[in-house]
Design a protein around this ligand. Structure first.
Ligand SMILES: Nc1nc2c(c(=O)[nH]1)N[C@H]1C(S)=C(S)[C@@H](COP(=O)(O)OP(=O)(O)OC[C@H]3O[C@@H](n4cnc5c(=O)[nH]c(N)nc54)[C@H](O)[C@@H]3O)O[C@H]1N2
Ligand SMILES: Nc1nc2c(c(=O)[nH]1)N[C@H]1C(S)=C(S)[C@@H](COP(=O)(O)OP(=O)(O)OC[C@H]3O[C@@H](n4cnc5c(=O)[nH]c(N)nc54)[C@H](O)[C@@H]3O)O[C@H]1N2
Ligand code: SF4
Ligand SMILES: [Mo]
Length: 763
């Protein structure tokens, strides 16, 4: 459908007219800023916003040495309300002493996500011992002793770490060095639940797993394909780039089963006159495919280019291998199988393909709508193939751009926090540690939970995050963590995982400085491969007994290994850590002098300005991408509907609401989607009508792992046959079905049965 059609709502059922999707951004953002800055903590918030450190929230990378409000190119007014949300939550006072002294774990387990976060900041180390009802204070010295013992007591295969991308590069580097020195490759990371399919898929095609587009290069594009991303909520400053692109006459193609209002129109405070008041048009074309079918959509574009003579053959033949097999696939795959799979018409696909072919330079950008599928890696390869076939990679203004999540998740990967350690880094680490690294494959986040559930993990160190809340099948996650003897959480604030994910013998809850409080310099890497330098800061917490993550990990390593084979205590000095990073992490050579030069830099070897890729041949590696089988089970699979009971099977998307950061909920509802609270299911009006369901009726939603009761049905602009609910709550519903290539769960295609009781007789 074209964007104008989408704006009017895709369904026109008289009595169940869906609410118009609300445009994104706009005045409410300004009032949000006003409220925040005029609040009790407004002065400190303002100071923090101006602190020279990268934004905590998403990986777009605002902040750093350029000052709080500038992006990587020094452009002003690039700070968004999401960073305010994240900072405000870190500026809360400490958790009152009586909370952990008086509230039992049974009571704390009843807290929802928002209530956990609102308890405040953790300010002293705590321990939960098996059989006790409370977390109790503990001394740091005792913490190190217990953890060192736990990490030494078991064989390397039975110790593991999990991490979440908010910590620094320096902490990430130390975490993996500690684990690898211990002989373990069990470095599970939140990216396993997030963009791992992008890393694997892009590496297969281009030999490098990150975005190959710089911010500067994006500004030279005249076409952007934005797939499976709710950027208005999750990467708001990316919207500025789309507004600019439309202003210069470019085309934005949006592919999303949900018509997110902000993808139609967005009011950006960065352009107060022309955009904020009236809103800027974003999507030129809006495609609403069946969830999970993006490979079919991209095969459709490719087939259309093949048939219309729009393939960049000269480019393809000079700069890629494997195009013959892909061409063969395009010829032998029928239009019918493509359109049946994705639910879009041949005309829609051909029209969009022609529009893209008429662009001079196209960037393909995507987020979780592409990766959260059991064929996420194939989806990514289908996008990368499209970039090559259309000649849109390897020159300014073009390329493939996974829009990264956490503000330093990409840095964690660069630092080697991954089960897929790259060969050059392996060799460099082996030289540093003076011994071969273990070749036993490590656990990614899903495998870690599975292994723990089988009783195969004894000690787990979590550097941030919420392993319990972020995983599918919450019951399994709780049970699995409960089988691990020792679990340690380093965190700034409490979350549900700290109360539900308790270890079998002991759980340590350890408070750390956040990025803008850390008393030494740190670095992070943005999704655009830009390394940002964060200046030291101070904490507002009085009497706080916090640790820096670098200090903690270096001390723990010293307790475990002594001073062999490297001087671990010396690694308390982050400048020395940066020296090691410069020596051992490919692309990070400029890190060596950063403390003197203060110069932020682009990681080398990532952004392709010429079509010379990071594969062994220098050519892109194309391969056919299989169409997925998207059949949904019948109601019988869920035990069937009783006589008179109403309901239907839906393909459920689980996503973020506007006011949450991952598992941490700040505000319950999402007014942009018209979902007033968390116990809601967004559904198409046609589906309601067809099944005799009523808008705002309360239903049961049943998945393969569990059911949620009293869920309110909200009619909205979502494709028929699918629904949308919020995580982490919805994680109770699903099993951990995941992409075999990297273990990323199919969070965006969860089969569920919606059940509503029979109408009372006489109605
Ligand atoms: N404010 C805020 N910012 C954040 C985060 C946050 O929680 N809050 N989280 C950070 C993190 S870690 C991440 S990974 C990113 C997440 O950023 P996003 O990926 O934008 O977040 P999601 O909410 O998962 O939404 C994904 C979008 O994909 C669409 N979608 C679902 N299924 C499909 C499909 O099959 N095909 C297509 N084409 N689209 C589909 C959904 O309708 C939705 O619009 O944001 C980062 N930034
Ligand atoms: N159903 C469903 N499930 C999903 C998703 C989905 O779309 N649907 N999305 C997935 C995605 S994309 C991701 S990335 C994961 C997110 O999974 P995680 O990254 O594991 O979870 P977060 O909620 O981001 O973790 C938040 C916690 O990090 C801690 N923290 C914050 N700042 C710091 C810091 O500076 N240092 C330390 N040590 N701790 C800190 C705080 O205690 C906070 O409570 O969830 C995944 N789960
Ligand atoms: S777009 Fe992302 S990095 Fe930039 S200010 Fe907003 S949340 Fe922070
Ligand atoms: Mo993520």
């Amino acid at each position: 459908m074209d964007a104008a059609q989408a704006k009017n709502g895709d369904v026109d059922a008289d009595n169940l007219r869906p609410p118009q999707p609300k445009r994104g951004g706009g005045w409410s953002v300004i009032t949000g800023w006003g409220r925040a800055l005029l609040s009790r903590r407004g002065k400190r918030l303002w100071r923090t916003l101006n602190h020279k450190s990268a934004c905590l929230s998403c990986a777009w990378g605002t902040g750093g040495q350029n000052g709080g409000f500038r992006d990587e190119l020094g452009e002003p007014l690039q700070r968004c309300i999401k960073s305010v949300e994240a900072i405000q939550s870190e500026l809360q006072p400490a958790v009152p002493r009586h909370v952990f002294d008086r509230l039992s774990l049974g009571e704390l387990q009843n807290f929802d996500s928002a209530s956990c976060d609102r308890l405040g900041r953790l300010d002293r180390p705590l321990i939960h011992r098996a059989g006790q009802d409370f977390y109790e204070p503990i001394q740091w010295d005792e913490v190190y002793k217990r953890l060192a013992d736990a990490f030494l007591a078991s064989p390397p295969e039975r110790v593991a770490s999990y991490s979440s991308g908010r910590s620094s590069n320096e902490a990430a580097y130390l975490l993996q060095l500690l684990m690898r020195a211990r002989g373990s490759n069990n470095l599970a990371d939140c990216s396993d639940l997030c963009h791992a399919p992008s890393s694997v898929g892009l590496t297969r095609v281009f030999g490098s797993g990150t975005s190959n587009v710089s911010l500067e290069s994006l500004r030279q594009a005249d076409g952007v394909v934005l797939v499976g991303s709710n950027a208005p909520a999750n990467h708001p400053r990316l919207m500025n780039e789309l507004i600019r692109l439309r202003d210069r006459g470019g085309t934005v193609v949006v592919i999303n089963p949900v018509v997110e209002g902000g993808l139609l129109k967005f009011g950006s405070p960065a352009f107060p006159i022309r955009s904020l008041l009236l809103g800027s048009e974003i999507a030129s074309l809006f495609l609403q495919p069946i969830p999970g079918s993006d490979t079919a959509v991209f095969l459709g574009f490719q087939k259309a280019w093949l048939e219309s003579g729009a393939i960049a053959w000269e480019f393809v033949k000079s700069h890629s291998d494997g195009w013959e097999a892909l061409q063969e696939q395009l010829m032998s795959t029928s239009w019918e199988s493509i359109t049946q799979c994705c639910g879009l018409s041949r005309e829609e696909l051909e029209h969009t393909a022609a529009r893209l072919a008429s662009c001079r330079a196209v960037v393909f950008a995507w987020a979780m709508g592409i990766t959260h599928h059991s064929n996420g890696t194939t989806n990514v390869q289908a996008i990368a193939n499209s970039a090559v076939l259309s000649g849109n990679v390897g020159r300014p203004g073009t390329g493939t751009m996974p829009i990264r999540g956490h503000s330093n998740v990409q840095g964690f990967g660069s630092m080697g926090v991954s089960i897929r350690l790259r060969e050059p880094m392996r060799l460099a680490l082996e030289a540093l540690l003076k011994r071969p690294l273990s070749r036993t494959p490590g656990y990614h986040a899903r495998d870690l939970i599975e292994a723990a559930d089988q009783g195969q993990v004894d000690a787990l160190l979590c550097l941030g995050g919420n392993l319990y809340g972020a995983n599918p099948d919450s019951n399994q996650a709780r049970r699995a963590l409960g089988q691990i003897d020792t679990v340690a959480y380093l965190a700034t604030k409490p979350n549900q995982g700290h109360f539900h994910g308790l270890g079998a013998r002991q759980t340590l809850l350890l408070p750390v400085f956040n990025r803008f409080e850390t008393p030494h310099r740190t670095t992070v890497e943005s999704g655009n491969n830009w390394v940002r330098l964060n200046e030291p800061g101070t904490t507002h917490l009085k009497r706080a007994n916090l640790t820096s993550e670098v200090g903690f990990l270096a001390e723990l390593a010293d307790r475990i290994f002594g001073d062999a084979p490297i001087h671990w205590r010396r690694l308390q000095d982050p400048i020395y850590v940066r020296e090691l990073i410069a020596r051992t992490v490919p692309g990070y050579e400029e890190m060596a002098g950063i403390d003197v030069t203060k110069r932020e830099f682009e990681v080398s070897g990532r952004v392709f300005q010429t079509p010379c890729f990071a594969t062994s041949t220098g050519r892109a590696q194309l391969a056919p991408t299989l169409l997925p089988d998207l059949r949904l089970p019948d109601p019988d699979h869920f035990g069937g509907l009783a006589d008179g009971e109403r309901g239907l099977v839906l393909s459920l998307i689980t996503a973020r609401s506007h006011g949450q950061h991952n598992t941490v909920v700040y505000q319950s509802g999402d007014r942009y989607r018209g979902m007033p609270h968390r116990k809601t299911l967004l559904i198409n009006s046609e589906d309601l009508q067809r099944q005799g369901l009523e808008a705002h009726e309360r239903v049961t939603v049943q998945g393969d792992a569990g059911r949620l009761e009293q869920i309110e049905l909200i009619p909205g602009s979502i494709r028929p046959g699918c629904g949308l609910m919020f995580f982490p709550e919805a994680n109770a519903l699903m099993l951990g079905v995941s992409d075999p290539a990297c273990g990323t769960p199919a969070f965006k295609r969860v089969p569920v049965l919606v059940r509503a009781p029979a109408w009372p007789t006489g109605v």
